[in-house]
Each structure stands twice: as C-alpha cells, then as structure tokens.
Design a protein around this ligand. Sequence first.
Ligand code: PLP
Length: 527
Amino acid sequence: MNMLAEGRPTKQEANLIMPEQNAITTHTGNRALMVDEPLIFEIGSSARSGVDLPEAPQVESRLGGLDRKAPIAIPGLSEGETVRHYTRLSRQNYAIDVGLFPLGSCTMKHNPRLNEKMARLEGFADIHPLQPVETVQGALELIHELAEWLKLLTGMPAVAMSPKAGAHGELCGILAIRSALEARGDAREVILVPESAHGTNPATAAFAGYKVEDIPANSDGRVDLKSLKARLGPDVAGVMITNPNTCGLFEPDMKAISDAVHAAGGLVYCDGANFNAIVGRVRPGDLGVDAMHINLHKTFSTPHGGGGPGSGPVVFSEALAPFAPLPIVEKMDDGHFRLVEEETAENHHGSSFGRMVAFHGQMGMFSRALTYMLSHGSDGLKQVSEDAVLNANYILRSLEDILDAPFAKSGPCMHEALFSDKGFSNGLSTLDLAKGMIDEGYHPMTMYFPLVVHGAMLVEPTETESKAAIDQFIGAFRSVAQRAKAGDELLKTAPHFGPRRRLDETQAARKPILVWTEPEEFAQAAE
Ligand SMILES: *Cc1c(COP(=O)(O)O)cnc(C)c1O
C-alpha cells in the first residue's frame, strides 16, 4: 500500500511530532490518538472497489464513440476505510461539540439535537425542489411559519427566505435598494459604510456596482453621527450599518441615523448578523431599517463553518417589500400554500428584482431554525439575548484587569468582548496569544478584527455556555495573556501540542507546497 508520494514531508518535517519529544518514537510514527492521515488518494486504489458488482453485460454503446477508454482513476476504498479516513481527519479539527468556540462575530452556539431530529424527518429531508407543490405542503408551511416568526421578531412586513448566507443576504438587500431607487428614477452611486463594518459590507456594495465610502468611528467605537450626516446628499443610495456593531457595541444613534438617511432620500441596510444580542428585545423595524439579513446559522443555532451551509433570510420595510426577490411562499385562502415563482401584476406588485437562487432556500436550515424558535418561544428568545450579553460582559469584566479592553470604560458590551494586545512584551502579539490558546485546548478567538482596534481580539461566548465552561475559558485566556505580558519566549513557537506546529502563514499563502503527487497508476489512467 506504500503509495506515499516522494514529495510528501516526513512526519518530523511536517512538525507532527514535537521535536522536544522526539526521544520516543513509535513504529507507526503516530502518537496515540494523534494519527497523521494520508490523503484519500494515497490510501485508496483505483484497482479496488468498496462493493462487488456482477460483471456488466456487454451492450452496444450509445455514446457515439465517447466511451471512457481508461479507468476513471478515483480511489477505491471499503466503506470502513472511508469512514475511518474522514473520522480521523475530523479528530484533528475543533468543533462546537468539542469545546467552547470563542470566535467573535460568528456566534458559534450549541446546535440542539432536537433541531437535528426535526431536520431529518422524511417530509423535510427527503424532498426535491421540483416536486409538485401539492406533495410538499408541509415544507412550504414550515417556510411560511418561519417567515412569520422572522417578521414578528424584526417588526418588518416582508421577508425573502432564499438567500443562502449572510453575505448573500447583503447582496439581496442592496439589490432591492438599487431597484427601489431606479424605480423612482433616482439611481444613486454611493453606499456609506462605517469603519467598524464587517468586511462583507463594503465588498457587497462594491460587488453591486456602488462606490464605497468610509464613515469614521468615534472614540466610543460607534458610528460618528456628525460625519455621517455631513456626507449625506443626493448621490448617496444608502448606508450599511452593523448593529450591534463589530466592536460588540449597540449603536444608540441608529434611529437618528435612519431618519437622517431617509431625509436625504437614501435607504438603510442593517447587517443583522449580530441579532443574537438583541433578539426578543429590539425590533430593527422600529429603528427605521429598510433591509436586514438574519443569519439563521448564528442567531437561530443552525450549524455553520464546517458544520453545514448557512441561510440568510432578508427582512424588508414597506418601501422595499415590492422589490423583494422571488420565489415567495404564500398562504392561500383555502389554507394551502403555493410558491410564487413568477411575477404577475396581482401577486407581487410586478417589481421584484428577480431571483437570488434557483429554488427557495436552505430547507435543512429552515427546519432547524424554526425548531429552535418554537422550543424557546418568544420569552425564551428574549432570554437567549440576555444570557448572551451577560456572558460576554462576564468575560469582559473578568479580564479587563489583565488585558487592554479599548471600549470597556464606555459601558457594558453586547454579545462579544473586545480586547487588544497593548501591553504584551518581547514582540509578542495577538497571533501568539491565539496560538497559545490552541495548546490550552481552545479554538482561538477572532483576531485582528474589527480593524478599528490594533491587535484586536474579539471573544463571543454565546448564551449556550455554562458558567463553569466560561470560568475555565477565562482561566486559560488569563494564563496565556499573563505569559504574553511577561514576554514568554515559548509563546512565539506555540502551538506545541497541536497536530501541527506553527506554520509560516505568509509562505503558506504565497508558496503553498501541494504535497500530493499523482501516483503512477492514476497518471497512466489519465493518458
Ligand atoms: C458572519 C457575518 C457576516 C457574513 O455572514 P455569512 O453567513 O458568513 O456570509 C456579515 N456580517 C457580520 C457582522 C457577520 O458576523
């Protein structure tokens, strides 16, 4: 089975084995449960197959001479080998089911197993988007019910369910803004984006063809209302504001911002990815927002990152509702549901900007999110945001004596605590603390974001962590922060205990070494 390619580094070279522990070597090169897993091409063989099928009968080809001449050259493995390969790989990874995932802005909360049970029901999991609508009434009802919840929680009259992630939702909202402005014969050129915005905001505005202009933050980490007002004018299509913002702070001037933008003829996009901090307590519709995406995969607990696809429904104000994309699920008078796929004057005011996706959206995320909402109820969702904010403030106040916390003096934070690397010595910085956290058994926090804070560290515990889990995390964070302030040389080479040691990130990005070289048999097959 030795098909390991020449170019592949040894385990020592790959830093799999800690140099300081090289005195003990094992026969396999593995270290107990830490197994270096080859690529699937290296363990499989195109000559093998996981299943035995009877010899195919010789039939006359109908492919007009386009038949494959050589084997397909994909690795063959048994089911057991395949399962082990992916399970071993997964064990080198970090997951919310392994421990606290402090990534700020990402809302990595526990995904309740009840969600999974519901999402696996046949009527939701085993249906096809092209099935006749009479056969998927339950699924359409679920989408409709979820849409009603989203409208209720945001105080907005319309919602597009189809966008597939937060950034996709942003594009949906900005396209609706553009359509609304064009419809009134007033196409404008500029979108204003505060300095503290998530990177997807300016990217979305630029992608939609707008010029992007920055609005500075004030010393409290909030949008500077004066500068924003000063820049408004007939060329400004709208603003994109993240609230709570990426410093983990609520924008108390949000209503004043919306009023000023509207008075200048623009529209207000709110990045609602941080809705977890305010769900059940603040309705963006009351703040004058015209469009806002909601990350079901953050606020409403559906898996994300390596765990699955996201979903980014967008709620709309009266002004933008007519321009929302199709399709939409509609409840008819007889209680049945239909999918409005095409625009007619009666069904959709005739001004939808089009479609974001081929079908209606992410069914698996819809079923999980609605399960989460129904199992919490509206009171429970209010407690979600309260607990998320409480947990973040507990972290902020527990660490502000050891770490610089740039906005801690201006009051409580929302759902995430922001620190900086000010005061670290011996050239150590945020990156070194992050790597040190890996040795402590944690996924690092979000680092160097938001950009308004030098060496930023953004920590979001979410409401699903217990006090014991948060205390343990605080203990680890404090200990690594102390080492960073004391200038501990060993932090420069952390992590020491991970499956890999510190990688050269610049080299990895600029000169990646792709270690797999095609084994002979595949190369021949391809010829
Ligand atoms: C996560 C996030 C986004 C992007 O959402 P995706 O689902 O990853 O596309 C946008 N803005 C903020 C503030 C976020 O936290």
